[in-house]
Design a binder for this molecule. Structure first.
Ligand code: NAP
Length: 253
Protein backbone atom coordinates (compact mmCIF):
# COMPACT_ATOMS: atom_id res chain seq x y z
CA UNK A 1 0.00 0.00 0.00
CA UNK A 2 1.39 3.37 -1.05
CA UNK A 3 -0.03 5.42 1.86
CA UNK A 4 0.21 3.04 4.81
CA UNK A 5 0.21 4.88 8.16
CA UNK A 6 -0.36 8.24 6.47
CA UNK A 7 -3.01 10.79 7.42
CA UNK A 8 -4.71 12.67 4.59
CA UNK A 9 -7.01 15.68 4.68
CA UNK A 10 -9.06 16.14 1.51
CA UNK A 11 -11.45 19.04 0.88
CA UNK A 12 -14.44 18.82 -1.42
CA UNK A 13 -14.36 15.09 -0.72
CA UNK A 14 -18.12 14.66 -0.65
CA UNK A 15 -18.30 14.62 -4.44
CA UNK A 16 -16.43 14.21 -7.71
CA UNK A 17 -12.65 14.12 -7.72
CA UNK A 18 -12.28 14.72 -3.98
CA UNK A 19 -14.50 11.75 -3.22
CA UNK A 20 -12.57 9.55 -5.68
CA UNK A 21 -9.30 10.67 -4.11
CA UNK A 22 -10.57 9.95 -0.60
CA UNK A 23 -11.67 6.43 -1.56
CA UNK A 24 -8.38 5.67 -3.34
CA UNK A 25 -6.17 7.12 -0.60
CA UNK A 26 -8.05 5.03 2.00
CA UNK A 27 -7.66 1.91 -0.15
CA UNK A 28 -3.92 2.62 -0.17
CA UNK A 29 -3.84 2.70 3.63
CA UNK A 30 -4.34 6.36 4.56
CA UNK A 31 -6.59 7.53 7.37
CA UNK A 32 -8.69 10.19 5.70
CA UNK A 33 -10.33 13.40 6.97
CA UNK A 34 -13.17 13.85 4.49
CA UNK A 35 -14.01 17.56 4.38
CA UNK A 36 -16.89 19.17 2.53
CA UNK A 37 -19.21 22.16 2.86
CA UNK A 38 -21.96 19.55 2.52
CA UNK A 39 -21.51 17.60 5.76
CA UNK A 40 -23.92 14.87 4.68
CA UNK A 41 -21.93 14.24 1.51
CA UNK A 42 -18.72 14.12 3.58
CA UNK A 43 -20.35 11.62 5.94
CA UNK A 44 -21.43 9.48 2.98
CA UNK A 45 -17.86 9.30 1.61
CA UNK A 46 -16.51 8.52 5.10
CA UNK A 47 -19.11 5.73 5.45
CA UNK A 48 -18.06 4.24 2.11
CA UNK A 49 -14.44 4.22 3.28
CA UNK A 50 -15.32 2.56 6.59
CA UNK A 51 -17.54 0.00 4.86
CA UNK A 52 -14.57 -0.94 2.69
CA UNK A 53 -12.50 -1.46 5.84
CA UNK A 54 -10.71 1.90 5.93
CA UNK A 55 -10.53 4.66 8.52
CA UNK A 56 -12.15 8.07 7.95
CA UNK A 57 -13.75 11.00 9.70
CA UNK A 58 -16.22 13.44 8.15
CA UNK A 59 -15.89 17.17 8.74
CA UNK A 60 -18.15 19.98 7.57
CA UNK A 61 -16.24 23.12 6.57
CA UNK A 62 -16.46 26.03 4.18
CA UNK A 63 -12.83 26.30 3.03
CA UNK A 64 -13.23 30.01 2.27
CA UNK A 65 -13.77 30.80 5.97
CA UNK A 66 -10.70 31.05 8.13
CA UNK A 67 -12.40 29.63 11.24
CA UNK A 68 -13.60 26.60 9.27
CA UNK A 69 -10.19 26.06 7.67
CA UNK A 70 -8.48 26.28 11.04
CA UNK A 71 -11.06 23.96 12.62
CA UNK A 72 -10.80 21.29 9.88
CA UNK A 73 -7.05 21.08 10.39
CA UNK A 74 -7.37 21.08 14.20
CA UNK A 75 -10.01 18.32 14.14
CA UNK A 76 -7.86 16.21 11.80
CA UNK A 77 -4.82 16.61 14.08
CA UNK A 78 -6.90 15.75 17.14
CA UNK A 79 -8.74 12.74 15.72
CA UNK A 80 -6.30 11.22 13.20
CA UNK A 81 -2.95 12.93 13.77
CA UNK A 82 -1.02 15.57 11.84
CA UNK A 83 -1.78 15.21 8.13
CA UNK A 84 1.04 13.93 5.91
CA UNK A 85 -1.09 14.78 2.88
CA UNK A 86 -3.30 17.82 2.38
CA UNK A 87 -5.34 17.79 -0.81
CA UNK A 88 -6.97 21.21 -1.27
CA UNK A 89 -9.52 20.23 -3.86
CA UNK A 90 -12.81 22.00 -3.00
CA UNK A 91 -13.98 24.36 -5.69
CA UNK A 92 -17.01 25.85 -7.40
CA UNK A 93 -17.68 26.72 -11.01
CA UNK A 94 -19.40 30.04 -10.26
CA UNK A 95 -21.70 31.75 -12.68
CA UNK A 96 -20.96 31.85 -16.38
CA UNK A 97 -20.91 35.41 -17.68
CA UNK A 98 -18.70 37.52 -19.91
CA UNK A 99 -16.37 39.80 -17.97
CA UNK A 100 -18.44 42.97 -18.15
CA UNK A 101 -21.61 41.15 -17.09
CA UNK A 102 -20.09 39.28 -14.12
CA UNK A 103 -21.28 40.62 -10.76
CA UNK A 104 -18.80 41.60 -8.05
CA UNK A 105 -20.40 39.11 -5.65
CA UNK A 106 -20.03 36.23 -8.11
CA UNK A 107 -16.39 37.17 -8.75
CA UNK A 108 -15.64 37.39 -5.01
CA UNK A 109 -17.23 34.03 -4.17
CA UNK A 110 -15.23 32.10 -6.77
CA UNK A 111 -12.00 33.74 -5.65
CA UNK A 112 -12.91 33.09 -2.00
CA UNK A 113 -13.53 29.36 -2.44
CA UNK A 114 -11.14 28.44 -5.27
CA UNK A 115 -8.14 30.61 -4.36
CA UNK A 116 -8.44 31.84 -0.76
CA UNK A 117 -9.69 28.39 0.28
CA UNK A 118 -6.55 26.73 -1.10
CA UNK A 119 -4.33 29.28 0.63
CA UNK A 120 -6.16 28.84 3.95
CA UNK A 121 -5.86 25.06 3.70
CA UNK A 122 -2.10 25.41 3.32
CA UNK A 123 -1.78 28.23 5.86
CA UNK A 124 -3.28 26.24 8.72
CA UNK A 125 -1.77 22.86 7.83
CA UNK A 126 1.79 23.95 7.09
CA UNK A 127 2.95 24.69 10.67
CA UNK A 128 1.85 21.19 11.76
CA UNK A 129 3.54 19.58 8.74
CA UNK A 130 6.75 21.51 9.39
CA UNK A 131 6.80 20.24 12.98
CA UNK A 132 6.13 16.69 11.78
CA UNK A 133 9.07 16.89 9.38
CA UNK A 134 7.44 16.88 5.97
CA UNK A 135 4.54 15.91 3.78
CA UNK A 136 2.83 16.41 0.46
CA UNK A 137 0.33 19.10 -0.48
CA UNK A 138 -1.78 18.74 -3.59
CA UNK A 139 -3.91 21.62 -4.82
CA UNK A 140 -6.58 21.36 -7.46
CA UNK A 141 -5.98 23.96 -10.15
CA UNK A 142 -7.31 23.46 -13.69
CA UNK A 143 -6.25 23.89 -17.28
CA UNK A 144 -8.48 26.99 -16.84
CA UNK A 145 -5.46 28.41 -15.02
CA UNK A 146 -3.41 28.00 -18.23
CA UNK A 147 -5.80 28.78 -21.08
CA UNK A 148 -8.74 31.16 -21.38
CA UNK A 149 -12.32 29.93 -21.14
CA UNK A 150 -15.14 32.23 -22.21
CA UNK A 151 -17.46 33.18 -19.35
CA UNK A 152 -15.00 32.04 -16.68
CA UNK A 153 -13.23 35.24 -15.62
CA UNK A 154 -13.02 34.55 -11.90
CA UNK A 155 -12.58 30.80 -12.33
CA UNK A 156 -9.58 31.19 -14.67
CA UNK A 157 -8.04 33.87 -12.45
CA UNK A 158 -8.48 31.75 -9.32
CA UNK A 159 -7.00 28.63 -10.94
CA UNK A 160 -4.01 30.58 -12.32
CA UNK A 161 -3.64 31.85 -8.77
CA UNK A 162 -3.61 28.29 -7.42
CA UNK A 163 -0.71 27.45 -9.76
CA UNK A 164 1.15 30.51 -8.43
CA UNK A 165 0.35 29.68 -4.78
CA UNK A 166 1.64 26.17 -5.38
CA UNK A 167 4.95 27.46 -6.69
CA UNK A 168 5.45 29.88 -3.79
CA UNK A 169 4.56 27.23 -1.19
CA UNK A 170 6.99 24.76 -2.82
CA UNK A 171 9.74 27.38 -2.78
CA UNK A 172 9.17 28.38 0.83
CA UNK A 173 8.62 24.91 2.34
CA UNK A 174 10.93 22.65 0.33
CA UNK A 175 13.53 23.07 3.08
CA UNK A 176 11.03 21.47 5.48
CA UNK A 177 10.65 18.39 3.27
CA UNK A 178 7.18 19.47 2.16
CA UNK A 179 6.39 18.98 -1.53
CA UNK A 180 3.64 21.11 -3.03
CA UNK A 181 2.12 20.38 -6.43
CA UNK A 182 -1.12 21.05 -8.24
CA UNK A 183 -3.24 19.10 -10.67
CA UNK A 184 -4.69 20.76 -13.75
CA UNK A 185 -7.59 18.58 -14.89
CA UNK A 186 -9.35 19.00 -18.21
CA UNK A 187 -12.96 17.83 -18.50
CA UNK A 188 -13.77 15.34 -15.76
CA UNK A 189 -17.19 13.75 -15.51
CA UNK A 190 -18.31 15.04 -12.10
CA UNK A 191 -21.48 16.68 -10.81
CA UNK A 192 -19.77 20.06 -11.44
CA UNK A 193 -19.28 19.38 -15.14
CA UNK A 194 -22.82 18.04 -15.47
CA UNK A 195 -24.12 21.25 -13.87
CA UNK A 196 -22.05 23.34 -16.31
CA UNK A 197 -23.27 21.42 -19.35
CA UNK A 198 -26.73 20.68 -18.01
CA UNK A 199 -26.31 16.98 -18.86
CA UNK A 200 -28.44 14.41 -17.12
CA UNK A 201 -27.35 11.46 -19.24
CA UNK A 202 -24.47 11.58 -21.72
CA UNK A 203 -22.18 14.62 -21.68
CA UNK A 204 -22.79 16.78 -24.76
CA UNK A 205 -20.36 16.71 -27.69
CA UNK A 206 -19.07 20.22 -26.89
CA UNK A 207 -17.71 18.81 -23.62
CA UNK A 208 -15.93 16.02 -25.48
CA UNK A 209 -14.91 17.46 -28.85
CA UNK A 210 -11.34 18.11 -30.01
CA UNK A 211 -11.16 21.46 -28.21
CA UNK A 212 -11.98 19.74 -24.92
CA UNK A 213 -10.15 16.43 -25.30
CA UNK A 214 -8.18 14.89 -28.17
CA UNK A 215 -9.15 11.52 -26.71
CA UNK A 216 -12.80 12.34 -27.47
CA UNK A 217 -14.06 11.69 -23.97
CA UNK A 218 -14.20 13.18 -20.51
CA UNK A 219 -12.19 11.50 -17.75
CA UNK A 220 -13.62 9.64 -14.80
CA UNK A 221 -12.80 11.21 -11.40
CA UNK A 222 -10.76 8.09 -10.59
CA UNK A 223 -8.30 9.01 -13.37
CA UNK A 224 -7.46 12.20 -11.48
CA UNK A 225 -7.36 10.36 -8.15
CA UNK A 226 -4.52 8.25 -9.55
CA UNK A 227 -2.48 11.38 -10.28
CA UNK A 228 -3.26 12.66 -6.77
CA UNK A 229 -2.09 9.32 -5.34
CA UNK A 230 1.17 9.59 -7.29
CA UNK A 231 1.78 13.10 -5.93
CA UNK A 232 0.81 12.09 -2.38
CA UNK A 233 3.13 9.08 -2.37
CA UNK A 234 6.89 8.68 -2.29
CA UNK A 235 6.72 7.81 -6.00
CA UNK A 236 6.72 11.60 -6.53
CA UNK A 237 9.67 12.18 -4.19
CA UNK A 238 11.38 14.70 -6.52
CA UNK A 239 8.24 16.44 -7.77
CA UNK A 240 7.47 19.83 -6.29
CA UNK A 241 6.17 23.22 -7.38
CA UNK A 242 4.69 21.85 -10.59
CA UNK A 243 1.33 21.89 -12.33
CA UNK A 244 0.46 18.33 -13.44
CA UNK A 245 -1.78 18.53 -16.50
CA UNK A 246 -4.27 15.67 -16.88
CA UNK A 247 -6.52 16.98 -19.63
CA UNK A 248 -6.90 14.34 -22.33
CA UNK A 249 -4.94 16.68 -24.57
CA UNK A 250 -7.17 19.78 -24.26
CA UNK A 251 -4.15 22.08 -24.17
CA UNK A 252 -2.36 20.65 -27.21
CA UNK A 253 -4.74 22.48 -29.56
P1 NAP B 1 -17.90 18.62 -7.48
O1 NAP B 1 -18.32 17.28 -7.91
O2 NAP B 1 -18.87 19.75 -7.46
O3 NAP B 1 -17.22 18.47 -6.03
C1 NAP B 1 -16.78 19.59 -5.32
C2 NAP B 1 -17.14 19.42 -3.87
O4 NAP B 1 -16.63 20.57 -3.15
C3 NAP B 1 -18.64 19.40 -3.64
O5 NAP B 1 -18.98 18.40 -2.70
C4 NAP B 1 -18.91 20.79 -3.09
O6 NAP B 1 -20.06 20.86 -2.27
C5 NAP B 1 -17.67 21.04 -2.30
N1 NAP B 1 -17.49 22.46 -1.99
C6 NAP B 1 -17.93 23.53 -2.72
N2 NAP B 1 -17.62 24.67 -2.08
C7 NAP B 1 -16.99 24.32 -0.94
C8 NAP B 1 -16.44 25.07 0.12
N3 NAP B 1 -16.52 26.42 0.15
N4 NAP B 1 -15.86 24.41 1.15
C9 NAP B 1 -15.82 23.05 1.16
N5 NAP B 1 -16.33 22.28 0.18
C10 NAP B 1 -16.89 22.93 -0.88
O7 NAP B 1 -16.69 19.15 -8.39
P2 NAP B 1 -15.40 18.45 -9.04
O8 NAP B 1 -15.59 18.52 -10.51
O9 NAP B 1 -15.06 17.19 -8.39
O10 NAP B 1 -14.33 19.56 -8.68
C11 NAP B 1 -13.28 19.38 -7.75
C12 NAP B 1 -12.21 20.41 -8.06
O11 NAP B 1 -11.72 20.20 -9.39
C13 NAP B 1 -12.66 21.85 -8.04
O12 NAP B 1 -11.64 22.65 -7.48
C14 NAP B 1 -12.85 22.21 -9.50
O13 NAP B 1 -12.73 23.57 -9.73
C15 NAP B 1 -11.73 21.42 -10.11
N6 NAP B 1 -11.85 21.10 -11.53
C16 NAP B 1 -12.90 20.40 -12.02
C17 NAP B 1 -12.90 20.05 -13.36
C18 NAP B 1 -13.97 19.19 -13.95
O14 NAP B 1 -13.98 19.02 -15.18
N7 NAP B 1 -14.88 18.61 -13.18
C19 NAP B 1 -11.85 20.44 -14.19
C20 NAP B 1 -10.80 21.15 -13.67
C21 NAP B 1 -10.79 21.47 -12.33
P3 NAP B 1 -21.46 21.34 -2.96
O15 NAP B 1 -21.75 20.32 -4.01
O16 NAP B 1 -22.40 21.34 -1.81
O17 NAP B 1 -21.16 22.69 -3.54
Amino acid sequence: MKLANKVALITGAGSGMGRAGALLFALEGAKVAVVDIDQRAAAQTAREIETAGGKAIALGADVSKKEDARAMVAATVEKLGVPDIVYNNAGIEGESAFMAQLSEDAFDRVIAVNLRGVWLGMKYALPHMVKKGGGSIINTASIAGMVAIRGATAYCAAKAGVIALTRVAALEYGRYNIRVNCICPGTIDTPMVRRIHGAEGELPQRALGPSASVLGRAAEPEEIAKMALFLASDDASFATGAPFVVDGGWTVV
